[in-house]
Write a new protein. Structure first.
Length: 552
């Protein structure tokens, strides 16, 4: 309908001899108050200065030249010159038929057709089980990938990790110390090593396989490789419980490896930035001259110890994404990256890459509360709030849903007690209950009367006349637009807001309109409206990655 209105308005402007009418940017919005119609535009007001006329008069002139056929019942002028459109019942019911006809494709678009996208998310180094904090970014990234796929993009889901460096050496040492304890040795376990129970579990597996044969082995290579494999398998299993899978895994360590030219990818980045005049060497360190962008301080790329900062390999990693020619690159980062990623984008711009192709979704920290008490988190100390434990406690659906129930840039307090409630107080239960209620209604209709959905009967939807019916139908039609808004904002939480409106409108319709006991044409028209509602809920659930239960 938005496209129909924009095209009709441009034609009307052309009739009024408005310059460049066919290419005018025209905004169509849904009024906050339904008394002002189903859609509205301020185009008359934007033309007031150019045409030197009162906006209300311009609006009246536009309306007199509009041709919208049977899709709009009424058009009027409101306020300073808003043009308001009221959709016809025929358009509304016809669009509901499209929902039933298109099924799971309803709301999908071809915006990304022929384009590729890469979404990088989770990206935890294999030093321990996934925590609740990592879970939020995992679900956010998975939902963003689902949303982009619904927009027609060919999506690659990537996991970026590092299995080298100090933290991995500490991991290997931690496992070795626990292994030596199993071998009967007295060990002074370092306080800065990993102390979680999973370290002992890995050590036990090594002991069961190797016995005491490694007791004198001081080389940490075997312990590191064994622990890495075990932890990565654990991470993949945890993500799998939430329906999260990755298409590719990129090892940061490859960016440090020397190529045929004797240089690593990191070395090449520094060299290229230096050629552009953005590198200085001072105090034994290598600096990126971000002061050239107006920042107060330059940023370290290579520390005086020779170890790169996070910025350098991240720049090199993003260059590999450009080399793989992705149309869109989405990074899902935790709040600890908020100061770093702008420098990565600046470096990419200096090196001639289109930084506009890179989008960043920052998700804030998570705390969990049980009985009103905040659960403390510390991976190193071994008392972390583990994602597996949360899934065990509240289930995969509630875990996913609660991670995205708040805006990604807001701190999230995960209320475990609320997530476990089997009542409409629980927001995921509330949405799933609407779906289950519709499924129950369809089953009852099939048992009490002869109801078998058939495309040949979709015209019965034309019998919808009650306000509750039409209000529900109009909200269902907004699904595609709601999905588009989510993609533009990289924000699945907005889809939850839309689906709550669907559920609220359905429950109101269900309370006010009898269904199974009505005469046949009304009964069937309302059952088809129920089926359309169920389809929209199912499509939304698929994007959010939660199940659509038929019974609750």
């Amino acid at each position: 309908m938005r496209d129909i209105l924009v095209e009709a308005l441009r034609m009307a402007l052309s009739e009024l001899s408005v310059e460049n009418a066919e290419a005018r940017e025209i905004q169509i919005e849904k009024p906050a108050d339904e008394k002002f119609g189903d859609a509205s535009t301020n185009v008359a007001m934007t033309l007031a200065r150019e045409l030197r006329k009162n906006p209300r008069q311009i609006a009246a002139d536009i309306i007199s030249n509009l041709s919208l056929g049977e899709s709009v019942d009424k058009i009027d002028v409101a306020g300073a010159g808003f043009i308001n459109f009221y959709f016809s019942k025929k358009y509304i019911t016809g669009a509901v038929k499209e929902i039933l006809t298109e099924g799971e494709d309803f709301g999908r678009s071809e915006v990304g057709k022929g384009k590729t996208a890469i979404v990088e998310y989770v990206s935890a180094n294999p030093t321990g089980p996934l925590t609740v904090g990592r879970g939020r970014g995992g679900v956010l990234g998975d939902c963003i990938a689902n949303m982009l796929e619904a927009q027609g993009y060919d999506v690659t889901r990537e996991y970026y990790f590092n299995n080298a460096g100090r933290q991995m050496r500490i991991l290997a040492g931690s496992v070795r110390f626990r292994y030596l304890e199993l071998c009967g040795e007295q060990v002074d376990f370092p306080e800065d090593h990993y102390q979680g129970g999973y370290i002992g579990d890995i050590a036990q597996k090594i002991y069961d396989e190797k016995g005491t044969s490694l007791a004198g082995e001081e080389d940490l290579s075997f312990f590191k490789e064994f622990a890495e494999a075990e932890i990565f398998e654990s991470i993949k299993n945890t993500l799998g419980r939430l329906g999260i899978k990755h298409d590719s895994f990129f090892n940061e360590n490859t960016l440090y490896e020397k190529g045929e030219n004797g240089k690593s990818r990191n070395d090449e980045v520094v060299e290229r930035l230096a050629e552009k005049g953005y590198i200085k060497h001072e105090d034994g360190a290598t600096w990126f001259l971000t002061t050239k962008f107006g920042l107060e301080k330059d940023k370290v790329l290579v520390k005086s110890t020779g170890e790169p900062s996070y910025r350098l390999p991240d720049i090199a990693y993003h260059i590999t994404k450009f080399e793989r020619d992705f149309s869109l690159m989405v990074n899902v980062f935790g709040a600890d990256h908020i100061d770093e990623y702008p420098d990565v984008l600046r470096a990419l711009e200096v090196l001639g890459y289109e930084k506009e192709r890179v989008q960043v979704a920052i998700n804030q920290f998570v705390t969990t509360t049980v009985n009103g008490e905040v659960v403390k988190m510390s991976t190193r100390k071994g008392n972390a709030d583990l994602l597996d434990d949360l899934i065990d406690d509240v289930g995969a659906d509630a875990t996913r849903f609660f991670f995205i129930i708040r805006n990604k840039e807001s701190h999230l307090n995960f209320d475990v007690d609320l997530a476990k409630k089997q009542s409409t107080d629980n927001p995921v239960f509330y949405l799933q209950y609407a779906h289950a209620r519709i499924c129950s209604l369809i089953r009852v209709a099939g048992e009490e009367t002869d109801f078998e959905p058939s495309a040949s009967e979709y015209d019965l939807l034309d019998a919808l006349t009650a306000n509750e019916e039409l209000q529900l139908a109009k909200i269902l039609l907004e699904y595609g637009t709601a999905l588009e808004v989510c993609v533009n904002a990289l924000e699945p939480q907005k889809l939850i807001g839309y689906m709550n409106r669907v559920a609220e409108a359905f429950h109101k319709f269900y309370q006010e309109c009898r269904i199974v006991s009505e005469e046949e044409s009304v009964r069937k028209s309302r059952l088809y409206l129920c089926l359309a509602t169920r389809q929209v809920l199912q499509n939304g659930f698929k994007v959010l990655g939660i199940s659509a239960p038929e019974k609750m």
